[in-house]
Design a protein around this ligand. Structure first.
Ligand code: SF4
Ligand code: SF4
Length: 279
């Protein structure tokens, strides 16, 4: 079987609740109607919900995600505090003249502390930070879901591992498109999901908050040099000028896709039947 070029597409938006996941499922349906093979990756690992929108239950986890976490050798530690000062995540606490304590929830597993420790007093241990689930919806459609351990502060590394896993899976299954439904915002997990994609859809709504957050995500996409298309959800509500003004400031000519407010879409969303809606 000849290998196709895999198109990597991100669906993102600065703000939560703008219809990002709704558009992701609608786009999936559009490609499925064109007889394309899709791997959809729910990269909103703190709160994945794509499976609910297509009436699925997550299958048994396919893979666990692990990260290195610092482990102190108390005999070697001189309590110098170098690691505490170097940790940018504030994940190391040290009371006066006491040994440092490492806070798992805040640690990003960056490795700075065990690299910088002058006494080589920090070893590492593996801890489970997340899980990956695969749901085969039909012959042409797989959903891959990432889920971070509850309470974890830094989920960027989980998205990176999820993405590598999903890309290898999509290539092995000769998919036409891999879609990454990112988290909202512009923080590390969003950046990890966006990196190296061929294009992104920025989903927004015509409200002051929608316009403000659109501007932020467009700046990020510009920095990452990702070709961007604009999707306006609930397009017949709010003040569209707010959005067109932001597009003008960012030298973007037009809104590429408008999704009207529709009871049919809201009902399908609530019933997990979005895959039946054509756009
Ligand atoms: S840098 Fe090393 S020796 Fe210094 S406090 Fe941290 S663990 Fe201990
Ligand atoms: S691995 Fe990085 S984030 Fe974690 S405690 Fe060490 S320096 Fe801080």
């Amino acid at each position: 079987m000849s290998k196709k070029k895999l198109q990597k597409i991100a669906i993102t938006g600065g703000k939560g609740g703008t219809g990002k996941s709704t558009f992701t499922v609608l786009l999936t349906n559009k490609y499925l109607n064109q007889n394309k093979k899709i791997v959809l990756v729910d990269a909103d690992v703190e709160c994945p919900n794509d499976y609910l929108l297509i009436k699925q239950k997550l299958n048994k986890p396919q893979k666990n995600i692990y990260a290195d976490f610092p482990l102190l050798n108390k005999q070697k530690c001189t309590k110098c505090g170098v690691c505490v000062k170097a940790c940018r995540s504030n994940a190391i606490f040290q009371a006066t003249e006491q040994l440092p304590v490492f806070l798992e929830e805040l640690c990003s597993a960056c490795g700075t502390c065990w690299t910088i420790c002058p006494e080589k007093a920090i070893k590492t241990k593996k801890i489970k930070t997340g899980q990956i689930f695969i749901n085969k919806i039909n012959q042409n459609f797989y959903l891959i879901t990432g889920l971070a351990k509850a309470g974890l502060d830094e989920t960027g590394p989980i998205v990176t591992q999820l993405k590598n896993f999903a890309l290898a899976f999509a290539k092995k299954h000769n998919a036409d498109y891999i879609l990454f439904d990112t988290a909202a915002g512009t923080h590390c997990p969003v950046i990890q999901a966006l990196l190296d994609t061929d294009r992104a859809y920025a989903v927004t709504e015509a409200t002051p908050m929608g316009a403000y957050d659109l501007n932020i995500i467009l700046n990020l996409l510009k920095k990452l040099k990702i070709k961007t298309k604009i999707v306006l959800n609930q397009a017949d509500y709010g003040n569209k000028k707010l959005i067109t003004n932001i597009l003008k400031e960012n030298n973007i000519k037009k809104i590429d896709q408008e999704i009207p407010y529709s009871k049919k879409i809201v009902k399908a969303y609530s019933n997990g039947e979005l895959l039946n809606i054509n756009i």
